[in-house]
Design a protein around this ligand. Structure first.
Ligand SMILES: [Mg+2]
Length: 296
């Protein structure tokens, strides 16, 4: 074994234990939570890929299982629970996968919104619409230069782009990253776009301070202001972009932030669930509790 390698392993194991000591398991804390949320209206902000659905090699192979769809429908039918699906995908994509009417959909990392306050059509936040032309130009360039790399997918989302590399080999990654960098660097260096990375994806976005976190905290503030209710929210996600939501709600006692994953090396969330099965179990427990089938 290379000297030093073991030390790195031990450090990262120790770091992981420390992080999991700071973050609490929502599964283990459920009984404490029941008392806290008993009389409260609940808002659920749920990411899709990696949170409600397991990740797949191809993004178009991601499906929401029938039992998860059923529990979401049941929860959404309760007067005291509201659900928003919050994703980097386009809303048209989310609707195909989730397939539930009367939910709030936040798509494109917070740049698209539908269903909030009964609004039926997808709203592109107008002030960001001017970036569409530039994104289209970058998309054409990326498609042309990345065409020869089998398995790289350029996802066109109007005012943002996603470049997915889940299907390529580690060996090919260096070269693909270099090609991607060459295309986007001039725009990024001139402050025309922002580059973010997630799980096996690079995102090209407008250079503005707007993201999932900003959108979700705006929605929750509107809910509290308009209805003056005693509300609590659960906010779940598995990726770096979900950290924007966790950061936004840090220190907010009304919101419980939950990172989904087994290998968590850094997070602003207060709690964790290990995988999408634990998420489904939590949603089922929440439904039983809020529909009064389970007592405190
Ligand atoms: Mg995700």
């Amino acid at each position: 074994m290379i000297p030093g390698f073991r030390i790195v392993c031990l450090i990262s194991k120790e770091l992981k234990t420390k992080i999991l000591e700071i973050m609490k398991s929502l599964k283990k804390e459920w009984n404490n939570f029941k008392r806290k949320i008993k009389s409260k209206e609940i808002y659920l902000f749920l990411d899709l890929d990696g949170t409600l659905c397991p990740l797949r090699r191809r993004i178009d192979n991601v499906v929401l299982s029938a039992d998860k769809r059923m529990v979401l429908e049941k929860l959404n039918s309760l007067d005291n629970v509201s659900i928003a699906i919050v994703s980097g995908r386009k809303i048209s994509d989310l609707q195909k996968i989730v397939g539930i009417k009367n939910l709030v959909y936040v798509g494109n990392h917070g740049f698209e919104l539908q269903g909030f306050g009964g609004q039926k059509t997808v709203t592109f936040l107008k002030k960001f619409k001017r970036y569409e032309k530039l994104m289209n130009k970058i998309k054409t360039n990326l498609e042309k230069t990345l065409e020869k790399y089998n398995g790289v997918v350029v996802e066109d989302k109007g005012i943002t782009l996603g470049v997915h590399y889940r299907q390529i080999t580690q060996k090919m990654l260096k070269e693909v990253k270099c090609v991607f960098e060459n295309v986007v660097a001039p725009y990024r260096n001139n402050g025309k776009v922002l580059i973010r990375s997630g799980k096996k994806v690079w995102e090209v976005r407008p250079p503005v301070n707007w993201n999932k976190g900003r959108m979700v905290s705006w929605i929750f503030a509107q809910v509290l202001k308009k209805r003056r209710i005693n509300a609590a929210a659960f906010c779940m996600g598995d990726d770096k972009t979900d950290e924007d939501m966790f950061k936004e709600f840090k220190g907010n006692r009304k919101v419980c932030t939950i990172k989904i994953g087994k290998k968590i090396d850094h997070s602003n969330a207060g709690y964790y669930l290990e995988n999408t099965t634990e998420v489904a179990d939590f949603l089922k427990k929440l439904y039983r509790f809020k529909s009064r089938k389970e007592s405190v």
